[in-house]
Structure formats: structure tokens, C-alpha cells
Design a protein around this ligand. Sequence first.
Ligand SMILES: [Zn+2]
Length: 246
Amino acid sequence: MLSAFAPLLCAFVAACTAPGSAPQGFPPPPQGYPSPPGGSPVTTRGITPEQLLRSEIRVISRLIPKGTYGRRLHRPMSPRYITIHSTQNYSGDAFDHARALSNGKLRARKRPGGNRIGFLTWHFTVQDNCAVQHLPTREQGEHADFDGPGNNYSVGIEMCEHRGNDRSATIERTAKLTAFLMYEHGIPLRNVVPHYHWPRRGASPPNKNCPHFLLDNGRPGRKWAWFLSRVRAHYSRIKAGPCPRI
Ligand SMILES: [Zn+2]
């Protein structure tokens, strides 16, 4: 399936131009879950983090084997941000990406100030019906800004764009996963950012149009604000309870 990754990946395609794709079928704005005072999770109703993870997000583990390829080095991380991408790969689904990562197919040129490990890696790939995990969230990925804070301190989430994948469902599942990770790691909503947020030194343009379908004219705007409102809505549903470490 290597051919499926030819256009790949938002993390390293230099000119990440949106292919004129208007966003389609966005779900309605959030309703029914007002944010609690102070932004802390509600305690009397809602869903526990574990329930959200198991019954709504459906995370499937396909970790890159420890000690191989993009995980040859153990690079611990305390996540402070969550970075949202889209694959710009119109043929590969989340499992195709998992296989490519685990088989060392997603190579990148290792260079000072650029890719540090010779491979691309990130934490989750989300599609309409599940979220596939590639890295533990307490390990660094290589998906955003080379040796910058986007790689050093953020969990990377890629949204699938393969044909037949429901984009609205993918965005909604991504919002839920983001809310769960905010809760697990104590990350504030202001630290949920698009790949665009992290300038890539030496790249042109430095700020990538990614995820292109949640940006307006290549920059965060109305669509990004709407996505954050979906994250906030799901975060507000979380009540105290068991929270798996993923
Ligand atoms: Zn990206």
C-alpha cells in the first residue's frame, strides 16, 4: 500500500494546498451541554472518561512496535498541547496508516533542525468509525515542526480523508478524542491547535494549511472556532470517573 502514501502526509508535504474542497455536512453546533463554571468537568451527569473512550471514541491499538523504526528511540513526553492534522491521503484509511508506520514505510530525511529520527510518527489516526493509536501519548511524535514544541510537547492526531470516509463523523470522533486527552493530561482548550499553529523552520510557507478543511483561506477562522466548540461540548460532558492512561 505504499502507493497509497505517495501524496502523504500533511506532516511533510511541503505545499499543502487545499484542493478546493468545501467542507461538507458539518454537524450542528453544540447544544445541551453548557460549560460548567471554571471549565472543570461536571460531576453529577454525563459520561466518565473511560465510557467516552470505550463506547464513543473506540480507540484501537496498533502501536508501532517498541524499539523499531519511529520508536527505535524511546522519547518520553509530558503532553501540553494537542495538534490536529488531516492526512491529505485520499486512498489510505487509518489501518493503512498504522501498517505503514509499523513497517517503517513513512521515512523522512533526517537532518539537523529537521526530522530527527528518519521517520514520521504521530499518535492517532481517526476515521469515521474508530480511532487507531500508533504511539503512547507519553512519547514524542514527529509530525508537526521538526525540533519545535509541536513535536516536543503535543499529541498528534491525523484525520482521514480517504474516499468513502464520512468527514463529519471523523471530525466529531476527533473532537471526542481531543476532549478525552484534555481530561487525561489536564490540557486546556487554548492548547488545542491546528498544525498551522506550529511554524516549520526553513519550510515555505512556514505555517501549513493543515487541517485544510478546518481552516479558512489557510488560517484558523470560523471553521476552527466551530471545531473547538465541538471539543468544548464533549469535554463538558465528562464527569469524574475512571480515566485510562493511553
Ligand atoms: Zn499536518
